[in-house]
Design a protein around this ligand. Structure first.
Ligand code: BES
Ligand code: MN
Ligand code: ZN
Length: 491
């Protein structure tokens, strides 16, 4: 369920709310603006600070109950000592999650000097902190149900001036909610067709042009690489195109491309059993494109953007592609498929080539592409590569602004040896080493002539453990990188 946000001014001591969240930095003192609140709480705030029960550290929180009147509860959350926007966003996320746990239903939020960037971060944090995935559980009886967070009111210095940041924050949060939900849905529900419908839904709400193509269309487009991955599944593979026209007519768009493997068994090069269920997340890049399109349309950014998704499932069957098979991609190049589990690059090859018809000013793809990326960078950092340093730097900066850290890996010519084939123009795997780089070098063959950046989100699109501020599962990465990149280029 979405949350309704608004902004207000005034003294939080007078707020009639079941929960007032107060965000404070490391080694806080009681802010002047909260003097009345402190008094109402019998001095509990200043005492908690003085006695160091609450020190404002990262992920620190303390819940206080009103002795009488005013906000029923105050939740102190620490923003730590680093970057204020980042700290505040995280504190808000923690607050959103705690509010959901308390079942208060609504809350008010106070932090000192909420700048636009901080307000946006707080909104995103609160919304995503409260995010959970319950739709496949049998509903809890109404009497036992704790109320989900549905309404948030933030104290700002200037209500009129806050509208823009509020809209932006809600836009990004709603986008990420779509991304997380789609990623969490299992492969039997979230099929390529389902992703196509999700794209149409977004398109209808925001007047985007959406086209969902199937196997027949791909045959016509000679997408032999994509089709090889899809040849054993009975589900129709989908090539999804979403056009957002916020810019001038005829202006070159930014293209966002996503890997949409609704499930990846590995195919004939079958994956091991344990943990294979996680491969429902192999459409995280595609879900990121959908979420970003939602956010960009809500923000009404003045730029043209085209979202492109290649979606199928990688399964086994008598029709399945086999190691050694050679296929021809839509750009005419031949590929020896030595490992059917390196399927993401086969799908993206044809989708990237398709992007060329838009003559995009830049292309960014996101893909849960390689296990090697998880080994190299863990679950913290997005692997970033590309064919144009300026565009790569732009994507890295966008990720920093959005709190999705990326790190560049080299694309040295020397690595290209590794994807040579004896029988075709290239093969779809490298050797044992540098798996993330060889995957990107493979993609580069299909991004020729475009300014292209590749985000390997295999380690960052979902989490296998609870992350304090979010449950196990999809993180919403790379939505914020996409949005910040596009925002940075909008008029
Ligand atoms: N979807 C996987 C990559 C992946 C692995 C994502 C773990 C998230 C977590 C991809 O299709 C894949 O299987 N890649 C292979 C490539 C190899 C065969 C060259 C891999 O990483 O093992
Ligand atoms: Mn695979
Ligand atoms: Zn995969």
């Amino acid at each position: 369920m979405s949350i309704v946000f608004d902004v207000r001014a005034g003294d939080p001591a007078r707020a009639a709310t079941p929960l007032l969240v107060v965000a404070l930095p490391s080694e806080p003192s009681t802010p002047r603006a909260l003097a009345a609140l402190d008094k109402r709480y019998g001095g509990a705030l200043s005492r908690a600070i003085r006695r160091k029960d609450f020190q404002g550290g990262k992920d620190e929180s303390l819940l206080l109950f009103s002795p009488d009147g005013g906000p029923e509860r105050v939740l102190l959350v620490g923003t730590g000592s680093g970057d204020t926007v980042k700290g505040l966003t995280r504190a808000a996320t923690l607050a959103g999650r705690k509010a959901n746990g308390l079942g208060v239903g609504k809350l008010a939020f106070w932090a000192a000097d909420l700048t636009d960037a901080a307000l946006e971060g707080a909104v995103i944090g609160l919304s995503l902190g409260a995010w959970e995935f319950k739709e496949l559980h049998t509903p809890v009886p109404a009497a036992k149900r704790r109320k989900p967070l549905t309404a948030v009111s933030l104290y700002v210095p200037n209500v009129r001036a806050a509208g823009h940041a509020l809209t932006a924050g809600v836009a990004v949060a709603e986008g990420q909610r779509i991304t997380r939900r789609l990623a969490m849905l299992p492969g039997n529900i979230c099929t390529p067709e389902y992703l196509g419908r999700a794209a149409r839904d977004i398109g209808k709400r925001h007047r985007l042009t959406v086209k969902v193509m199937g196997r027949r269309d791909m045959q016509r487009l000679k997408m032999g690489s994509f089709l090889a991955v899809a040849q054993a599944t009975t589900q129709d593979p989908k090539l999804i195109v979403m056009e957002y026209k916020g810019g001038r007519r005829g202006e070159a768009p930014v293209a966002l491309v996503g890997k949409g493997l609704c499930f990846d068994t590995g195919g004939v090069s079958l994956k091991p059993g344990p943990g294979m269920e996680l491969m429902k997340f192999d459409m995280g890049g595609a879900a990121g494109v959908l979420g970003a399109m939602e956010a960009i349309a809500r923000m009404k950014l003045r730029i043209n953007v085209v979202g492109l998704i290649g979606s199928t499932t990688n399964v086994i069957g008598s029709q399945a592609v086999k190691p050694g098979d050679v296929v021809r991609a839509s750009n005419g190049k031949t590929i020896e498929i030595q490992n059917t589990d390196a399927e993401g690059r086969l799908v993206l090859a044809d989708v990237l080539h398709y992007a060329k018809r838009y003559k995009p000013q830049a292309v960014i793809d996101a893909a849960t592409l390689t296990g090697a990326c998880v080994i190299a960078l863990g679950n913290v950092t997005v692997g970033v590569m590309g064919n144009d340093q300026a565009t790569i730097d732009e994507a890295l900066a966008a990720g920093r602004r959005g709190g999705e850290l990326g790190w560049q890996l080299p694309m040295f010519e020397e690595y290209k040896e590794l994807i040579k084939s004896d029988v075709a123009d290239m093969r779809n795997i490298g050797g044992r080493g540098a798996g993330t780089i060889t995957a990107a070098l493979f993609l580069a063959e299909f991004a020729e002539g475009m300014n292209w950046v590749h985000l390997d989100v295999a380690g960052t699109a979902y989490s296998e453990s609870d992350l304090v501020v979010m449950p196990k599962g999809p993180t919403g990465t790379p939505v914020r990188t996409f949005v910040e990149f596009v925002r940075g280029r909008a008029r």
